[in-house]
Design a protein around this ligand. Structure first.
Ligand code: PEP
Ligand code: MG
Length: 876
């Protein structure tokens, strides 16, 4: 078998996969000569082996652990179980990626009825020794023996009350001894055997408990939230104890080399005199700011400042350190790259680049793309948020924070906002008809729908906060009530939602506006210099297009024309077109739409100037444009002067059992070519008019959706080209344009070499491609996906992060087949995945030309594209 245990002087920071982050850094600090209490690390491989061998530690691993223990005894001059000079250790978990507070720790291991006396003599401090022992029994009882902590607390608190003590420190040695007797009795009665007295047995049990803690509930949840793979396992660090609770010349603390909230380059942290590690976190006493350590321990402070600087320079990143002072001697217990806010990340990266500590390429990797959202959207005021009451949790569908009064109908929200109110639109789910309400609302909350539901996609497009698929809430749109648990809300009540975390809060919470500092702009500039992928945006109107350009978009990758059809002046004509019985009637309605579409496109072209614009022909099933309830149908029949019976029949005829696999996409254009003709004419005429009026050279990219067959594409393309030719002849002018297709039906990916004969570009519609590859409805699977994630069937939501193994294989295949037929074919992605950093790295690796995402994700995509370059260079 291999090697499963490493002493601290055998490892280095580059071994984190084996030793975990904590173990690797303890080894590194040991290597560079810092004062680290000696110890050893049991590897992540040992953890995985433990799980694969029925949760038993193999004999050879146990032997290795005991060998390292002997080495530790030699180095420290102490021995396990030695009454006169006992070795005591801490046992801590340490995963590859830090999971703060998620797994378990045991201190003072090695104490028993005898060594406690040795410790008392050695330190000449009885109270300290017995206090350490009772803490150890308590921690071991809780973590290893799984006896509820509250049972230990009850014993402890009863003694305090009996003695009339206010603080723990008021208890005397004899009280602690009595508590220990009771603790041991508790253990005996709970587990039917005595508290283990043999230190080696304690050690092995503790190691296994840490392995088990890898799969405790909170660790699993943390991994899910942070996309940490569940098969990495945790390492276990066994380290000789140092004591911060040996009186007023001892203490313990935590510090960052820079301020993790705002990035200020100044030591930031806290320490506590005469205390052990967990006291700082537990909030038993209020710690002092680190700067005051200079007064309490001037020499130690100087040494600490020196080490902090040294570590930051060594790791070339901001460090988060834990330390203990034992009788005026400093010991380093941990260092790691510190977690920080987005604002701090930006400042630290720029400061370090300017100090020459890191280069630009490294600097752009220091900002988490997902974190940038914090800088682009409003957030809740941190102080107010602390006091807020959480009501429910849903999907974090679109980031930002919103607070306002509840409205259940788009029209009510519109009226309320017109009257100066702030509205949060609450719906079971949204549909295109709710658009006007979504535009005016501060945020959107829905009970159903996943990350690519209508609400989620549209809200992200608008940069508007949205919590979707919040299954804990009950919305009654008729009665205009919202019930969450046993609380009931009515129209006009205040509610707050956090689309970054997916949380719903009661009442009003103040929001603060985003600030795009100069440093942020600088990092984005560096990212643009580094990346090779272009970044476009999905936008359907000049407002979104402008927002995206401001955020650095280099073109439009997807303009969904159907969104324009819903606007108030057009929808009657759209509906007349749909209910038409003859081609002639349909054409008559389409002629009315033409000028609207043309001016839509002109508006977008004008904003985008010389940047490429991809416009997609009509995609959704037609019934989406029609009303469904009797009442609405009656109303419409009056509005468009079509008899009620005829209209009702049409609505029924258009009903499909599976509309997402039905009459939509290019199938509409094959059956009703006149729709494609109208759109092609609008696209080209908008460009011709801008050429004539402003001498602008627009090169429209016309995109045909949902193609699965070369012939389908050829058929629609013929219609489009003939229309365009007619325009050219009539106007006496010719322009360049491209015709391409979306690859969103698996058959299209499989036959991309055929399709590429007709297509000058491919844009991967990974929403539909994911839906059809998995056979998972994109609108109905939110709940299933949540269960799948809880049960670890899915590590990630495939509608957010591309499933590279399956769907990605189709994409890669289509890239290769497409290029084989047409070497210079333009390739992009416009599904929601186009704004996801992991997917962007994949897109870079398979050689796409661009990614396209909603405007607010453009900066994320720019940064992720740059990071993809840096990472691929590192991999080489
Ligand atoms: C897609 O399917 O990925 C896509 C971009 O199109 P839509 O979301 O409009 O179906
Ligand atoms: Mg699609």
């Amino acid at each position: 078998m291999g090697k499963f245990v490493y002493s601290f002087n055998e490892g280095s920071k580059d071994m984190r996969h084996l030793l975990g982050g904590k173990g690797a850094n303890l080894a590194e600090m040991t290597k560079i000569g810092l004062p680290v209490p000696f110890g050893f690390t049991v590897t992540t491989e040992a953890c995985n082996r433990y799980y694969s061998e029925d949760c038993i530690i193999a004999e050879d691993t146990e032997e290795e652990i005991f060998q390292k223990l002997t080495e530790l005894e030699n180095v420290t001059g102490k021995s396990f179980g030695d009454v006169s000079n006992p070795l005591l250790v801490s046992v801590r978990s340490g995963a590859v990626f830090s999971m703060p507070g998620m797994m378990d720790t045991i201190l003072n291991l090695g104490l028993n009825d005898e060594t406690v006396e040795g410790l008392a003599k050695l330190t000449e401090n009885d109270r300290f020794a017995y206090d350490s022992y009772r803490r150890f029994i308590q921690m071991f009882g809780d973590v290893v023996l799984e006896i509820s902590k509250s049972k230990f607390d009850a014993i402890f608190d009863a003694k305090k009350e009996e003695k009339g003590c206010k603080f723990d420190v008021d208890l005397e040695t004899d009280d602690l001894k009595a508590i220990i007797v009771d603790y041991k009795a508790l253990v005996q009665s709970e587990i039917g055997r005595a508290f283990p007295q043999e230190p080696k047995e304690q050690l092995m049990e503790a190691v296994m408990a840490v392995f088990r803690s890898w799969n405790n509930e909170r660790a699993i949840l943390y991994r899910q939230l942070n996309n940490i793979p569940s098969d990495l396992g945790t390492a276990v660090n066994v380290q000789s104890m140092v004591f911060g609770n040996m009186g007023d010349t001892s203490g313990t603390g935590v510090a960052f080399t820079r301020n993790p909230a705002n990035g200020e380059p100044k030591l930031f942290g806290e320490f506590l005199v005469n205390a052990q590690g967990e006291d700082v976190v537990a909030g038993i006493r209020t710690p002092q700011p680190i700067s005051e350590m200079e007064i309490a321990f001037p020499e130690v402070y100087k040494e600490f400042v020196r080490i902090a600087e040294l570590l930051e320079n060594h790791y070339t990143d901001m460090q988060d350190m834990e330390f203990t002072v034992e009788r005026n001697k400093l010991f380093m217990l941990q260092t790691r790259n510190g977690k920080r806010t987005a604002a701090a990340a930006v400042k630290i990266a720029v400061d370090m680049e300017q100090d020459g500590l890191i280069d630009k390429k490294t600097a752009v990797t220091r900002l988490e793309p997902a974190q940038i959202d914090q800088l682009l959207h409003p957030m809740f005021d941190a102080e107010e948020l602390k006091k807020a009451q959480t009501l429910a949790k849903g999907l974090p569908a679109s980031p930002g924070a919103a607070t306002g009064k509840i409205y259940f109908h788009a029209s009510d929200a519109v009226d309320a906002v017109a009257n100066g109110e702030k509205a949060v639109l609450v719906r079971i789910e949204t549909s295109p008809e709710d658009l006007a309400g979504m535009v005016v609302a501060e945020g959107i909350l829905t009970a159903r729908g996943g990350m690519t539901s209508h609400a989620a996609v549209v809200a992200r497009g608008m940069g508007k906060c949205c919590v979707a698929g919040c299954s804990e809430i009950k919305v009654n749109e008729e009665e205009k009530t919202l019930v969450i648990g046993d609380e009931k809300f009515v129209e006009g009540d205040y509610i707050s939602i956090d689309g970054t975390a997916g949380e719903v809060f009661k009442g009003k919470i103040k929001t603060v506006a985003p600030e795009l500092s100069g440093d942020f702009g600088l990092i984005m500039k560096w990212a643009d210099e580094i990346r090779t992928l272009k970044v476009r945006t999905n936008a359907d109107n000049p407002r979104d297009a402008k927002q995206a350009v401001d955020f650095g978009a280099e073109g439009i990758g997807l303009c969904r024309t159907e969104h324009m059809f819903f606007e108030e002046e057009r929808i009657p004509a759209v509906r007349r077109m749909i209910v038409a019985d003859t081609e002639e009637e349909r054409r008559a309605a389409l002629i009315q739409l033409l000028p609207f579409q043309k001016s839509d496109f002109k508006g977008i072209y004008e904003v985008m100037e010389d940047r490429p614009v991809t416009i997609r022909l009509l995609d959704p099933p037609l019934h989406e444009f029609l009303p469904h309830t009797d009442e609405e149908i009656k109303l419409l029949s009056e509005q468009i002067h079509v008899p009620y019976e005829k209209l009702a029949k049409k609505v029924e005829d258009l009903h499909e059992f599976n509309p997402m696999l039905g009459h939509r996409g290019c199938r509409l254009a094959v059956t009703y070519p006149e729709i494609a003709e109208m759109q092609a004419e609008a696209i080209i005429m908008a460009a011709i008019e801008l050429k004539k009026e402003k001498n602008m050279d627009i090169v429209p990219e016309i995109m045909i959706p949902l193609v699965g067959l070369e012939k389908e594409l050829a058929y629609v393309k013929k219609t489009v080209v003939e229309t365009i030719e007619k325009c050219f002849e009539r106007e006496g002018i010719r322009l360049n344009y491209l015709i391409g297709t979306m690859i969103e039906v698996p058959r299209a990916a499989l036959t991309a070499d055929e399709i590429a004969k007709e297509a000058e570009f491919f844009s991967f519609g990974t929403n539909d491609l994911t839906q059809m590859t998995f056979g998972f409805s994109r609108d109905d699977t939110g709940k299933i996906i949540k269960e799948y994630r809880d049960k670890l069937v899915f590590e990630e939501d495939p509608f957010q992060t591309l499933d590279q193994v399956g769907v990605g294989k189709l994409v890669k295949m289509a890239v290769e087949l497409g290029r084989a037929t047409r070497a210079n074919i333009k390739l992009g992605i416009c599904g929601e995945h186009g704004g996801d950093p992991k997917t962007i790295e994949f897109c870079h690796s398979i050689g796409l030309n661009y990614v396209s995402c909603s405007p607010f994700r453009v900066p994320i995509a720019r940064l992720a594209a740059a990071q993809a370059v840096v990472r691929s260079e590192q991999d080489k």
